[in-house]
Design a protein around this ligand. Structure first.
Ligand SMILES: Nc1ncnc2c1ncn2[C@@H]1O[C@H](COP(=O)(O)OP(=O)(O)OP(=O)(O)O)[C@@H](O)[C@H]1O
Ligand SMILES: [Mg+2]
Length: 252
């Protein structure tokens, strides 16, 4: 139902074509507020394309995206952070020459409509304290003054999430946050995601199904650009179509 407070985000028959190729077809889904919803599916299923539609990176070729009851289809990307949606990408996106603390401050400052050179000191102090709190939240409290480019891969991904959180989003979108991570880094990231989800809605893209089974409230399965299945982890685990798609495909 439109405007339902339990539904933070909806897509209505969204589709995406790239030239003559249909990457995504007629996806109608409601995302519940406060839940972790994972979008899974094999390589090339359309997950990142769907993620890009949800995060406003590009508009759908058809259909509508509704955030908190408002039609946001075609809203420019830079408006999304102000609306309460933040994301981190499949590839790492930090400023490698800046410290971790500076990275988060830059992210926070980028959100201010105009940067006032004469901001009172107290406001600057607030910004700095908020950045410190975010570093602690994402597990980088001990690395405040490290140059971001020298952090381990898993730490850089955590920093990127800290940067996304600087806009205080109600909805956090993550595209393969564990891509390229060691098993230990992956576990740390999964713990972080669960922690973050206690205070905000999380939508997660992942092609390793097993990884998200344990932490997700709901799962969407995409395959060849279509919504193959939707449900709780138990429902998805028992779904014959899903089994067939993943059968014989070694997860890596
Ligand atoms: N900009 C683009 N131009 C043309 N084709 C594209 C574009 N982006 C994606 N595609 C195609 O759309 C399909 C879905 O791609 P997408 O990146 O959404 O898959 P994915 O599920 O995220 O895969 P992965 O698990 O590898 O990240 C693929 O066949 C891809 O080649
Ligand atoms: Mg992808």
């Amino acid at each position: 139902m439109s405007g339902d407070a339990d539904i933070i985000l909806r897509t209505e028959a969204v589709g995406k074509r790239f030239g003559g190729f249909t990457a995504l077809k007629d996806i109608t889904v409601e995302f519940r507020r406060g839940a972790i919803t994972s979008i899974i599916g094999p390589n090339g299923a359309g997950k990142s394309t769907y993620f890009n539609l949800l995060s406003g990176a590009f508009p759908p070729s058809s259909g509508r995206v509704i955030f908190e009851g408002r039609d946001v289809t075609g809203t420019p990307q830079h408006r999304f952070a102000h609306m309460g949606i933040a994301k981190s990408f499949q590839i790492t996106n930090v400023f490698p020459q800046l410290t971790t603390h500076e990275n988060i401050r830059v992210a926070a400052q980028a959100l201010q409509t105009c940067f006032d050179m004469w901001r009172p000191r107290s406001a600057m102090r607030q910004l700095s304290d908020a950045a410190d709190a975010l570093l602690v939240l994402v597990g980088l409290g001990d690395h405040r003054d490290r140059i971001a480019g020298t952090l381990a891969h898993g730490e850089q991904r955590a920093l990127e999430i800290g940067m996304a959180l600087a806009s205080r989003p109600r909805l956090l979108l993550l595209d393969e946050p564990t891509a390229g991570m060691s098993p230990e880094e992956t576990r740390t990231m999964m713990d972080l995601i669960v922690k973050l989800a206690s205070e905000r809605t999380v939508i997660l893209v992942e092609h390793k199904m097993k990884l998200v089974m344990g932490i997700s409230d709901r799962l969407l399965v995409l395959h060849h650009g279509e919504l193959l299945a939707e449900g709780t982890p138990d429902e998805i685990r028992g779904n014959e179509l899903v089994k067939r798609v993943y059968l014989g495909k070694r997860e890596h």
